[in-house]
Design a protein around this ligand. Structure first.
Ligand SMILES: Cc1cc2nc3c(=O)[nH]c(=O)nc-3n(C[C@H](O)[C@H](O)[C@H](O)COP(=O)(O)O)c2cc1C
Length: 429
């Protein structure tokens, strides 16, 4: 050893290939540790996946992602945030099977994210009914301009129906060839609304103490686990912090993680924020208000966002691995596999996450920007993502043809070609 070598600081003895080693999740073996986090694609026609959704996830699998997550599939028509959203039904199975076949052909695995919007809905079909349903009666500013200004409190029969919808959707997902399902317990949708003290004001067995607020989410997890059997991977995406005053914070998140571990979750994806109240807490970075206004369908919605957006849409600065300090609190408390999410921007971030004990790493925007990034990291062709993060993809997902990175001209041009070919108006399969 030369004197120069001896004076160098000692690096941790982590194999450089650690993010690219296989990992077993229940009955599923992933080829590496990289998960594509659910980012709503908007590649949907009448609730069904379009050919663009097949292309999108094929490309992610071909680029080296081990597990790609098809985003935000509503478990029932009443569980939609907006009318044109992915749903699961028997009729939809062949279209989803086209997605899973494409992913498998590239050596990847696919998960379906299952959610219910709860009270956070502007789905026009809910007008003139006791809907949308959430933990407690409340105003629904998000649905105001769509004619659904209130959220109505869930009753026991509603809860039973929603539990059955989650189970039916999960079983159909498995029939469609998905290798895993991800239950959405975060971001201010129904299960997150029940968990959060800021939205759950109930005084019955589903509100008040954390045990009570956990009661229904755990019931859903238990029912899905029972229906799918012990080996099928059931991931849970949960909040570490709601990012709103009076909301859920990490102390309770640690208890939620423990309860989900006992309840049979295969892995947790650790996130935060509520889309309706703290959207950029979960994203960090630029607030692309002008682009968001441009994709609002109605003039009144455009005006409301232009007037109130700068005041109410709070900005949060971006930093790499922005959920790491909170996620480590959960890491210290549970033994089940965890996916670190949020600002994973470089190969060094992947290695750091694994060195700190996270088995999986989930990436959203970096893979929208470049679906080939995992392969490039593995081959040593890239060290970091080129994602800014400008967050323009938040608006792009609402344009015809669905999500793409607004900074990549080839993606914009391809979307134009797909729209010209009518892909946005056809179901896959
Ligand atoms: C365009 C876009 C759409 C998203 N849609 C969803 C979604 O449908 N479900 C979800 O759980 N998270 C969604 N997210 C959040 C991401 O899964 C992820 O939590 C967030 O982008 C932080 O990860 P990143 O820093 O790797 O991008 C979305 C994010 C973006 C940018």
């Amino acid at each position: 050893m030369s004197p120069t070598d001896a004076s160098r600081p000692r690096l941790p003895t982590l194999a450089p290939s650690a993010p690219f080693t296989p990992f077993t999740l229940g009955s599923l073996t992933l080829r590496n540790r990289i998960v594509k986090s659910a980012t709503y694609e908007g590649m949907v026609h009448e609730g069904l996946p379009t050919p663009a959704l097949v292309r999108h996830h094929r490309e992610l699998a071909a680029g080296g992602t081990a597990l790609t997550t098809v985003a935000y599939c509503a478990v029932s028509p009443d569980g939609r945030t907006f009318s044109e959203q992915l749903m699961m039904s028997d009729r939809a199975i062949p279209a989803y099977a086209a997605v899973t076949d494409a992913v498998h052909a590239e050596g990847g695995a696919a998960a379906l994210q299952l959610g219910h919007a709860g009270g956070f809905s502007k789905s026009r079909e809910l007008r003139l009914r006791r809907a949308p349903l959430g933990p407690s009666f409340a105003a629904n500013p998000y649905g105001l301009l769509s004619g659904i200004p209130f959220v109505y409190a869930l009753r026991e029969p509603d809860l039973r129906a929603i539990e059955a919808d989650f189970v039916a959707a999960a079983v159909r997902a498995r029939s469609a060839g998905f290798d895993a399902v991800e239950l959405h317990l975060g971001h201010g949708y129904l299960l997150s609304q029940l968990l959060s003290p800021v939205t759950n004001r109930r005084t019955d067995a589903y509100g008040g103490s954390l045990d009570n607020r956990l009661r229904f989410p755990l019931r859903v997890l238990a029912a899905v686990r029972a229906a799918l059997g012990p080996g099928f991977p059931v991931l849970c995406k949960m909040n570490l912090d709601d990012g709103v005053p009076g909301g859920l914070h990490v102390e309770e998140a640690v208890e939620i993680a423990r309860a989900l571990e006992r309840g049979g979750a295969s892995a947790l994806v650790l996130s935060g924020g509520m889309v309706s109240r703290s959207a950029f807490f979960l994203l960090r970075g630029e607030r692309p208000l002008r682009a968001m206004i441009s994709v609002e369908p109605k003039a009144a919605q455009k005006l409301a966002l232009a007037l109130f957006g700068p005041l109410f849409v709070k900005a949060y600065p971006f930093e790499p691995l922005f959920f790491l300090p909170l996620a480590r609190r959960v890491r210290a408390a549970v033994r089940l596999p965890l996916a670190l999410l949020g600002g994973v921007t470089s190969r060094a971030d992947l290695e750091r996450a694994l060195a700190l004990g996270f088995e999986l790493v989930a990436l959203g925007r970096a893979l929208l920007h470049d679906p080939g990034l995992p392969g490039k990291y593995a081959r040593g062709e890239a060290e970091r993502s080129g994602c800014e993060p400008c967050n323009l993809c938040i608006a792009e997902m609402d344009r015809p043809g669905g999500v793409c990175c607004a900074q990549v001209p080839a993606q914009l041009a391809r979307r134009e070609r797909e729209v010209a070919a009518g892909w946005h108006r056809q179901a896959a399969g």
